[in-house]
Ligand binder design. Structure first.
Ligand code: SAM
Length: 212
C-alpha cells in the first residue's frame, strides 16, 4: 500500500471536506493564489492538536487563502481565537472571504504585514498556546525562536514542509532550501526546551511541545 493510498484512507475517514473547506482549497488557485495549502489530513492533525491542547489563543504565520486557518479555528474551544499573519494583502483578502463563508470570521483576526516585524509587537499579546509556522522557509528559525519564547510550558509549536518532499532524508540533495530545512529540524530536535518529532503525512509537520 503506497503513501497516497494511506493518505486517501485517513482523509476519507477523518478529514472530509464540507463545502467551505472545499471552496477554500479549490478556489484559492482560481483567484490567482499559489496552490500550496496544506493537505486535508494535515489540517485535521492541526485541528486535533489545537483541541487536545485546549488552545485559547492560536497563531498562524502564513495565511494564504485561509484553508489551514479554517481547520485551526474549527478546533478551538469556546472562547478561543486565532491570529493569522500574511504579508500579501491580496492573500489576506481572499482568506477573509473564505473565513466568512466558513462561519469562522468571528474567531480569526488576519494581520497583514511581514511576520518578522509583526511578531515584534505580538509578544505583548502572549501567551499563545499553539503556533503554526507555514511562511517563508528562511524565517523558520526566527519564527520558532519567537514561538518558544511566547508559548507557555505545555504550548505546542508546529511547522510545515519539514520533509521537503523527502529531500531532507536524501544525502544527495544539497540544494539551499533542503539545507535550511535540515538545519531547522536538527535545531528543534536538539532543543532541550521542547519534546519534538515530525508527523510525516503530507509534506511533514514538525510538532514540538514546550517542557521548560
Ligand atoms: C505555504 S503558504 C500558507 C498556506 C496556508 N497555511 C494553508 O495551508 O492554507 C505561505 C504564505 O505565507 C505568506 N508569507 C511568506 N512570507 C511571509 C512573511 N515574511 N510574513 C508573513 N507572511 C508571509 C505567503 O504570502 C503565503 O501566503
Amino acid at each position: 500500500m503506497g503513501k497516497d493510498q494511506v493518505s486517501r484512507y485517513i482523509t476519507g475517514l477523518f478529514a472530509v471536506h464540507d463545502l467551505s473547506l472545499q471552496e477554500a482549497r479549490e478556489s484559492s488557485p482560481k483567484k490567482g493564489l499559489p496552490a500550496i495549502s496544506i493537505q486535508p489530513e494535515e489540517g485535521r492533525f492541526l485541528q486535533f492538536l489545537v483541541r487536545a491542547n485546549n488552545t485559547k489563543k492560536a497563531l498562524e504565520i502564513g495565511t494564504l487563502g485561509g484553508y489551514s486557518g479554517i481547520w485551526i479555528a474549527r478546533g478551538l474551544p469556546p472562547g478561543g481565537k486565532l491570529i493569522t499573519l500574511e504579508v500579501d494583502s491580496r492573500h489576506a483578502q481572499v482568506a477573509r472571504e473564505h473565513f466568512e463563508a466558513a462561519g469562522v470570521d468571528d474567531l480569526i483576526e488576519v494581520r497583514v504585514g511581514d511576520a518578522h516585524s509583526v511578531l515584534q509587537d505580538l509578544s505583548d499579546e502572549d501567551p499563545f498556546d499553539f503556533v503554526f509556522i507555514d511562511a517563508d522557509k528562511s524565517g523558520y528559525e526566527t519564527y520558532y525562536e519567537w514561538a518558544v519564547e511566547n508559548v507557555p510550558v505545555g504550548g505546542v509549536i508546529t511547522a510545515h514542509n519539514t520533509l521537503r518532499g523527502g529531500k531532507v532524508a536524501d544525502d544527495n540533495e544539497v540544494d539551499e532550501r533542503t539545507r535550511v530545512m535540515r538545519s531547522f529540524n536538527s535545531r528543534v530536535a536538539k532543543d532541550p526546551r521542547v519534546i519534538s518529532t515530525i508527523y510525516p503525512a503530507g509534506d511533514g509537520t514538525l510538532v514540538a511541545v514546550r517542557i521548560a
